[in-house]
Write a protein that binds this ligand. Sequence first.
Ligand code: SF4
Length: 658
Amino acid sequence: MISFETQVFDVDHILGPDGLVASGMRDYEHRPGQVAMSQAIMRSFETSRHLLAEAGTGTGKSFAYLTCAIFKAIENNCRVLVSTHTINLQEQLINKDLPFLAKVLPWEFNANIAKGRSNYICLRRFKFAKDAGATLFDGENSEMQLLAKWVKTTDDGSLSSIPFVPSPKTWEAVQSEHGNCKGRKCPSFRECFYMKARRSLETSNIIVANHALLFSDLVLKKQNGMGIIPDYAYIIVDEAHNIEQVAEQHIGINLSSSRIAYTLNGLFNSGKNTGLLKITGQSELCPLVDDCRKSSELFFQSAEDWIKQQGQSFSGRCPANFIEDTLSPALRALRIKLNSQAGKLDEEDDNRFELGRYVEILKDYEDAVSSFIKRPAEDDGFIYWLEYKAGRFARINLRSAPLEVGPHLQDFLYKPFPSIIATSATLSCGGEKGFDYLAGRIGLNDYDSIQLDSHFDYKNQVKVYIETALPEPNSFEFTKAAADKTLQYIKMTQGRAFVLFTSYRMLDEFADKLRGPLEDMGIQLLCQGSSIDRTTLLKEFVNDTQSVLFGTESFWQGVDVPGESLSNVIIVKLPFAVPSRPLIQGKIEQIRKKGGNPFNEFQLPSAIIKFKQGFGRLIRKKSDKGIVAILDSRIITKYYGRLFLKAIPECTVEQIRS
Ligand code: SF4
């Protein structure tokens, strides 16, 4: 039973110096920003207002919002959903922060993590795949034997608890899926891991999820009233600076030639004479799969020919009907036939469910291809482009994304929910109207905001060096001069540096120049984009405290390396988005069309937010100290440079003039 003793949310009693949190924490520090944030969140809940809350690193924002969320969930007997972008933060909330609060707060509450359905093994499909064996997997599949051992001992049946990483092919054959679930009629219903997880969410007060799952859930609920997660009354979005990007990925098309080939091979692989149709005994459909495969190959061949015709002028973008849509009719023909064959099978037949799964997938592909080629309207607010990787195994990806996610978010996020709390260490570009940029990009028109300084003493913890005499970053001479300076700064801290780039091309050029000198100094160079994946790269960087990491894109944010391993952040170029990328290009054109100024309204503010994120990698705890070196002289020589400096916390700055 949930007991609810305190009817008023007394923030001092909870987060104050003599409060409940302080009483349970040995190294408690009073953080006025945390208290202010908590008050602002509770006010937003009470007044049904949306809130943008920027809280610098070290504010203790997770306790600020979790305490409010727990109180509100119990007071209103409802669920509160907390969404994050990174798995690290989800784990921190679920494994550390929420268990701690459960100990010190006087309220009993349940908190659970919501994972996408495909994260759980489906016991029925697992048995089906095991029985089908080599016919399904193009030969023996040793991973199935390992899964069989794991499934006997696992508590939660989720992908993250498997002691090895199964191949996508194996996991897709056994994962839990909505359209492929027998529900109560399933013989494994009682033991089903997904159903158990779902039941625990039903009884949760706090649900922790990631942004992608949140958006999937909201879209499904909007479309048919049935989502993935049990209903919740309030949403707190942490790491909210990623909302626009996640929404873009979620709302648009992303379908590759290899994905279609992979799916068709799953149905029937003519080369190996394997696939689902061989198991279900419906070999008469195999020629139809072959026809569809041929149509797919011809379709993507036409797209490749079209790309080659464009020559140097190929930007990625493609107009409506740039080639004939010969693929979606073939997908439709196959889907209809499969559906009718599935309909002839017994209602409880496993084969019927497996075929039904392909019917759904083919329908998604068919819709994606058709709307990519034909486009619903000339100017439908989306941008369409092709990603192309040339070579013997050429790969083409059909992509689309909305130019503005705002109208979509208004529809399924801001209107249905009275109070959305969006927080991050980087939401504002600085100044009085600092939140306008992000709010505009995510379509949040009516909101309150609060900006809380970091708890850290940046003046004493960070020294910023600005190279004012280096050539402009777009000039030919920049790379050599900046690489020399990079080496100089790396020497200052004996390695322990993050070097942040805006393109892989420049990262590779610097790596070529500096690999030798760093080797001579006994410093390991780790590069993003090499054969090592991002997580392993980061682990190695933390373990080898002297190493240097060259990163781009994802390393500007969400990387948390406290302690001596990271004492130096080198920002090679101000992080303006590459204007030749189709999505960026589309946004620029759209602002221009509306009579706006794309540089001031989009390119500059988005670069400032990314710059703040890069800067924020350095100081992760109170005892951290280090330097930030900025090699882009435009931060001093251009009129807009001061806006970058104004957006970061006040610290000691030295301009290097030679
Ligand atoms: S209930 Fe559904 S998800 Fe669970 S084992 Fe059965 S078919 Fe799979």
